[in-house]
Ligand binder design. Structure first.
Ligand code: KIV
Length: 313
């Protein structure tokens, strides 16, 4: 069941006719919520079923994250996800209707070769579904990543909304030395992170994901910016929060990172349900005649049996 919108969407004020009856949130709606000081909510989705859950929950933003590659496709890093695999999943997730504003990651390898490559692939992702309204790009240290800034600036200039992503950037895990908390070892790293955030705002990002940084650092950056920060492992002083859906629901068997709150134990419960099903099939308790089976009229069955006697079945 779709939850009612808490207030009229800014985006509903004026729009062209659309195929879908469901109006999703726009950047203006998100900016308005941010301006009112209300925390923004975001969660990943990877396919039609998870996207339906997110859309029906009333969560503000749905992230088509490249975490797809590890959570759903079984790769051991985000580096292997191809544009084709990603687009297939974007199309699936975007078949779910709902109010969430949809953001797509730029996967590893889709933008590093050149600015034109990045622009072409950003357009491809925006075109994978009309529901995709922004892309998200991971960037590196302020002191050395002029390249990604240049690309982001070009994308923003072309009217493609960009969400930045700094701190722990999984696509750069090898240069970071693994999945580690960032900007917690020395002052220079904190300065660099603050500079990165300021730079991303200056070149046109409409929001920035801050991943795995100390709460105080994230709070400081949030205060210095006039665009929303979306935290993951960054404490409760950011403008919003994002979580990976499989962590949030406890869909996997490995322990999630410290910053995750798992609201359920879906994975374990799924296995228990499957075991119960298998055991009921083995004991012939499922399907139950009175509940799960179709009947046939008595006279039709009698007629069939009579006729069957004369056939060589
Ligand atoms: O891919 C992803 O799920 C992400 C979130 C962790 C922010 O980038």
């Amino acid at each position: 069941m779709m939850l009612p919108f808490r207030r009229r969407l800014v985006s509903q004020a004026r729009q062209y006719s659309v195929h879908s009856s469901v109006v999703s949130k726009s950047l203006l709606d998100l900016k308005e919520k941010y301006r009112c000081g209300e925390p923004l909510t975001m969660c990943t989705a990877y396919d039609y079923i998870t996207a339906n859950w997110v859309q029906n929950s009333g969560i503000d933003m749905m992230l088509l994250g490249d975490s797809l590659s590890m959570t759903t496709l079984g790769y051991d890093s985000t580096s292997y996800l191809t544009m084709d695999e990603f687009k297939y999943h974007i199309k699936s997730a975007c078949r779910a209707e709902g109010p969430s504003f949809v953001v797509s990651d730029m996967p590893f390898g889709s933008f590093e070769a050149s600015v034109p490559q990045g622009i072409t692939n950003a357009i491809e992702l925006m075109r994978a579904s009309s529901k995709v309204k922004s892309i998200k790009i991971e960037s590196g240290p302020h002191s050395s990543d002029d390249y990604t800034y240049k690309l982001i600036k070009e994308l923003c200039a072309r009217g493609i909304p960009v969400m930045g992503h700094i701190g722990l950037t999984p696509q750069r895990q090898h240069s970071l030395g693994g999945f580690k908390v960032q900007a917690n070892k020395n002052v220079d790293d904190i300065h660099d992170l603050v500079e990165s955030a300021k730079k991303l705002q200056q070149i046109g990002c409409w929001s920035i994901v801050l991943e795995c940084v100390p709460q105080r650092v994230a709070g400081y950056i949030t205060e210095k910016l006039s665009i929303p920060t979306i935290g993951i492992g960054a404490g409760n002083q950011t403008s919003g929060q994002v979580l990976v859906i499989s962590d949030l629901l406890g869909m996997q068997d490995q322990k999630p990172p410290k910053f995750v709150k798992s609201y359920d134990n879906f994975g374990q419960r799924a296995i228990e349900h499957l075991q119960n099903y298998a055991s009921e099939v083995s004991s012939r308790d499922f399907p139950e005649t009175s509940k799960h089976t179709f009947k046939i009229k008595e006279d039709l069955w009698t007629q069939f049996l009579e006729e069957a006697q004369h056939k060589k079945y």
